[in-house]
Design a protein around this ligand. Structure first.
Ligand SMILES: *[C@@H]1O[C@H](CO)[C@@H](O)[C@H](O)[C@H]1NC(C)=O
Ligand SMILES: *[C@@H]1O[C@H](CO)[C@@H](O)[C@H](O)[C@H]1NC(C)=O
Ligand SMILES: *[C@@H]1O[C@H](CO)[C@@H](O)[C@H](O)[C@H]1NC(C)=O
Ligand SMILES: *[C@@H]1O[C@H](CO)[C@@H](O)[C@H](O)[C@H]1NC(C)=O
Ligand SMILES: *[C@@H]1O[C@H](CO)[C@@H](O)[C@H](O)[C@H]1NC(C)=O
Ligand SMILES: *[C@@H]1O[C@H](CO)[C@@H](O)[C@H](O)[C@H]1NC(C)=O
Ligand SMILES: *[C@@H]1O[C@H](CO)[C@@H](O)[C@H](O)[C@H]1NC(C)=O
Ligand SMILES: *[C@@H]1O[C@H](CO)[C@@H](O)[C@H](O)[C@H]1NC(C)=O
Length: 899
């Protein structure tokens, strides 16, 4: 979960562990700067202005009071200036100067750590009234980057725990809120000083709620090669089991730190270290088997790969997948050469080398496997196959999967995660620890992160075949799910969204929803209809609303009684709601325990639970005679009791289904699909209407009456849900834009997708909007003025040089162009269930406001469409001139708000 002091300790321990385990080769390109007497430095004194109020995850919407005054970037330090602010004594915020807690400067790097705190706010009293919401606030800090020497320096800038900043006159949104350090921007800094303005935003989930409310951030500049380089050292590769790689797919992450676009020509194996077992043999034997260097013209069965189509635009970071196989048994490391060329310059081919030591693991121990995430990049999970001596009940041939979902800030390959179930080595199941793609599981195990879980589970049969596994098989549709903290919340998500696949669930120390974790109290004031839209966009992630979905599923709950990170209230609330939904969990409120303790995953009750539920022989999906269930977003939701809701009438409102035998009652549901195994040949009564299910197991509501069939809609499957539906891409995202006015924002979108989701994206420049939508991935179009044409000409949101026009649910047209600077972010359909997210601005400012809304952090609550007026900069959601949802025909719903 969030990094309390405890998690911070754990994290530093783990980072130490991790960094020690993976050391890399230096970059290929020599960086000899000493001769030039160059150096990099960051200010040791910073000008600070704050504090100001901010709501939980509100910063994405703007809501910065200094924007009312033209923005921090327009203000100069003035000791006497006073700024109205709701938090400090006297209602005024002032400038101050702070010293960086630490700075460092060398020829090729510079860093500064800032620790910001305010004593002119009565935090303790505010907390009594507004809870943890009160210790989230925002402020701005200004400093300088100094480049000495006479040459422009190419650098990367890490911005740990920072969400937004300006460098000179360039705006950057995204930063690195969770300190992943995956996709820093590349800057080409001329000699002299460069202004850097930091928007500091405190977030309880990331910074903790209990200790003094400081904002601690780090800036770290490092010289870059000015060409292709490894964004992350080493290769993401599976472990070796039985002398062979557990999975045949690997990945490297590359960054183009130059000014020209770069194309990858190929990725080939380089020299191979002699196998350990062959080291004493004649080296000629080894070399004869394994050529030391393969050039790109030599044919080799391990590569050339599709990697040869990959283009990295200047400043871009991309993960690149390639197929691997070990050239010999028992080798200890792999070495690859990436060949590449600059697109604009000559055809000169350059090389970049990458190496990775391999980890050999017993096939029965948790080991790393790799597979493709549907987003087109490689992900990994830790897999523990069933033990040799597992004594499963006779007749149990296909074993279930026990999933362990990690907490926030942890990698799945850390021992604390992957070895948490070592004390129960002989379970009658497969045990899997997925990553969800990042330490914060992508989006808290929701859309992107949960897709990763499913891809990981579905890769087990492939692993079985690949390694020639002779043990018991797997039933990929039988899950026992557990997890701690953010992973406890992820377990609730799995339980409520895939009930027909869950044998049993044990959510540990998890939260019910972000809103229950850190209240949304201190957002800028807004019309309750707008609150409803933001909140409705998060419907699918409010587990407290979805407890009905757990009916019939054994649930064990456990929470430390004195947890000061995720309050035990969350588990106690869900326990009460489960009881009221007719499902009693076994609830363990563990005395004297805080958020984490050593055996949190293997308490006596959990050990019993694992043994019992892995041998549970209930038929899945369970046939229930009486149950209800609730659907937030049909795009996220599997079936319950064999009933799948495929569309809601109003997607901004929950849909409900109530089943008693063959009698089904629905509310806000437009179409259903019934699972043949449970419903074939039944006659059902839906909302009082009798229907034969002989020929069709799909039914839909037309003019208030239910009919067989499913020809409901234009918007379906992966297109459903609020703006985060764009994350249901198949293949890399396509980020397209019109030219150099939009290139900066397009690159940021790409960088944020990689930083926050490890996602891959192709950045495409189109002088006039063309047909780049022909790939398989979802498209993000970045536009100023002229927007790309819509697949549906009558689309209800139209943007263009004349402004924005929207057609409301009653067919009335609203022109929203009154000379205003506008920004818009909205979904549109493409062929084959694909989606387009249009990020549009009437000018650069409008675009930068709209681009902030591209999905990145959880809990922001972007609906299907948002049109922002200029005042959103300080008023947040209230400054949107239109926002809301599209229905199944892509028409605006009545629940939407226009002006
Ligand atoms: C890889 O292994 C070799 C030999 O064991 C060792 O010297 C080297 O430091 C390792 N490299 C990394 C990056 O761990
Ligand atoms: C670098 O600094 C040294 C000593 O300060 C000086 O002698 C030398 O001329 C400088 N070189 C350049 C290229 O400025
Ligand atoms: C509050 O405002 C008054 C009047 O402007 C001023 O005299 C006083 O010093 C202020 N107090 C603080 C703590 O800023
Ligand atoms: C800053 O850089 C110095 C020198 O490279 C390094 O020792 C130190 O750990 C860095 N500090 C941070 C906070 O990154
Ligand atoms: C890896 O190999 C498989 C099958 O040989 C092929 O379908 C796939 O495209 C290859 N992937 C890459 C990234 O080269
Ligand atoms: C690989 O190493 C294992 C022991 O570590 C050994 O049993 C096996 O024979 C080796 N395989 C080959 C092909 O060298
Ligand atoms: C399921 O397990 C129970 C004991 O837990 C046993 O009595 C029953 O026969 C089993 N049913 C099947 C179909 O294996
Ligand atoms: C944008 O592109 C045009 C034409 O390609 C070029 O003339 C102009 O200098 C570019 N502007 C910037 C800011 O790069």
């Amino acid at each position: 979960m969030s990094r309390s002091w405890l998690c911070k300790l754990l994290l530093s321990f783990l980072l130490f562990f991790f960094c020690d385990a993976v050391r890399y080769e230096p970059a290929m390109v020599p960086i000899d700067r000493r001769q030039e007497n160059t150096s990099l430095a960051l200010s040791s004194k910073w000008e600070l202005l704050g504090p100001f109020q901010i709501g939980t995850r509100e910063a994405t919407w703007g809501a910065d009071p200094l924007e009312y005054l033209g923005g921090f970037r327009q203000l100069q330090y003035d000791q006497n200036a006073q700024f109205r602010s709701s938090l400090p004594v006297n209602g005024t915020a002032k400038w101050s100067i702070i010293d960086a807690t630490q700075t460092s400067s060398t020829a090729t790097s510079a860093n500064a750590s800032l620790s910001v705190s305010y004593t002119n706010v009565d935090w303790d009293f505010l907390k009594i009234v507004y809870g943890w919401a009160a210790v989230q606030y925002q402020a701005w800090a200004r400093g300088e980057i100094t480049v000495t020497g006479y040459k422009t320096q190419s650098v990367i800038l890490y911005t740990d725990a920072i969400l937004e900043y300006w460098i000179d006159d360039a705006h950057y949104f995204g930063g690195d809120f969770y300190t992943y350090r995956k996709a820093p921007p590349v800057l080409h800094l001329t000699p002299g000083t460069h202004k850097i303005d930091l928007r500091l935003v405190r977030d309880v989930r990331a910074f903790g709620g209990i200790l003094k409310p400081t904002i601690d951030v780090i800036l770290d500049i490092q010289a870059a090669s000015g060409t292709l380089e490894l964004a992350k050292p080493g290769i993401l590769i599976s472990d070796v089991v039985g002398g062979k790689l557990a999975s045949p797919i690997a990945s490297i992450t590359l960054r183009n730190s130059g000014k020209d676009d770069i194309q990858i020509v190929g990725i080939q194996p380089a020299e191979v270290r002699p196998p350990l077992s062959l080291q004493r043999l004649d080296p000629q034997v080894v070399l004869a088997q394994v050529p030391r260097v393969l050039t790109s013209c030599q044919t080799d069965n391990a590569s050339p790969s599709k990697a040869s189509n990959v283009v990295l635009v200047a400043g871009q970071t991309r993960p690149v997948a390639f197929n691997v196989s070990l050239p010999a048994y028992n080798i200890s490391s792999v070495h690859y050469v990436i060949t590449y060329k600059s697109i604009n310059a000559d055809n000169k081919i350059s090389r970049l080398e990458v190496s990775q030591n391999l980890t050999e693991q017993s096939i029965y121990k948790p080991h790393k496997i790799t597979y493709l995430h549907p987003g087109g990049m490689v992900s990994y999970a830790m897999l523990r196959p069933p033990a040799k001596n597992t004594s499963c009940p006779s007749g149990q041939r296909l074993l279930p999967v026990l999933l362990g979902l990690h907490g926030a800030g942890l990698e799945a390959d850390n021992g604390i995660v992957a070895h948490a179930l070592d004390p129960v080595p002989d379970l009658c199941s497969w045990v899997m620890f997925p990553t969800g793609v990042t330490p914060w599981s992508g989006d808290d195990w929701h859309n992107w992160g949960f897709t990763d879980v499913e891809a990981a589970v579905n890769s087990i049969p492939f692993w079985i075949e690949h390694v020639g596994w002779q043990g018991p098989g797997v039933d990929v549709n039988r899950w026992i799910v557990t997890g701690h903290s953010n992973g406890g919340q992820g377990s609730w998500y799995a339980l409520t969204h895939r009930p027909d696949r869950i044998v049993a669930a044990a959510p540990l120390s998890g939260y019910a929803s972000i809103q229950k974790y850190v209240p949304y109290e201190l957002w800028q004031p807004m019309d309750p209809r707008r609150t409803a839209i933001v909140s409705g966009s998060l419907n699918s992630y409010r587990h407290e609303m979805l407890m009905d979905n757990a009916k019939g599923i054994p649930v064990l709950q456990q929470h430390g009684e004195i947890d000061d990170n995720v309050p035990a209230y969350n588990s106690r609330l869900l326990s009460q709601l489960l009881f009221q939904a007719g499902t009693s969990s076994s609830f363990y409120d563990v005395p004297r325990q805080n958020h984490w303790w050593d055996t949190v995953m293997t308490t006596p009750q959990l050990v019993d639970f694992y043994y019992k539920q892995t041998t549970n022989n209930d038929t899945i999906p369970r046939k229930l005679s009486e149950f209800n269930f609730v659907v937030g977003d049909p795009g996220d939701m599997g079936s319950k009791g064999g009933i799948l809701v495929t569309h809601l009438e109003d997607p901004g409102q929950y849909g409900k289904v109530d089943v008693k035998g063959r009698v089904i009652k629905t509310s806000n549901v437009l179409s259903l699909e019934l699972e043949p195994r449970l419903w074939q040949r039944e006659t059902v009564i839906v909302d009082g209407q009798e229907l034969e299910l002989a020929e069709s197991l799909s039914i839909y509501k037309a003019d208030g009456s239910w009919e067989p069939g499913n020809d409901v809609s234009y918007r379906r499957g992966r297109q459903l849900g609020a703006m985060t539906a764009i994350l249901r891409t198949r293949g890399p995202f396509i980020v397209r834009h019109q030219g150099n006015q939009t290139a900066h924002v397009a690159l940021q979108v790409s960088r944020n997708l990689h930083q926050y989701f490890s996602a891959d994206s192709v950045v495409v420049y189109e002088a006039s909007w063309g047909d780049s939508t022909s790939g398989t991935g979802n498209v993000i179009s970045v536009a100023i003025g002229e927007a790309p044409p819509s697949l549906r000409p009558d689309f209800p949101v139209q943007v263009g040089p004349a402004g924005v026009s929207v057609r409301d649910s009653r067919g009335r047209l609203h022109e929203l162009n009154e000379g205003a600077r506008l920004g818009a972010a909205f979904l549109r359909p493409l062929e084959d269930e694909r989606l387009e997210l249009v990020l549009w601005g009437s000018d650069e400012l409008g675009l930068s406001l709209a681009a902030r809304l591209a999905p990145m952090l959880t809990g922001v609550g972007q609906p299907d469409f948002v049109v922002l007026g200029e005042s959103a900069r300080w008023r947040g959601v209230e400054g949107a001139v239109a926002l809301g949802f599209f229905d199944h025909e892509w028409a605006m719903t009545p629940s939407s708000v226009v002006h």
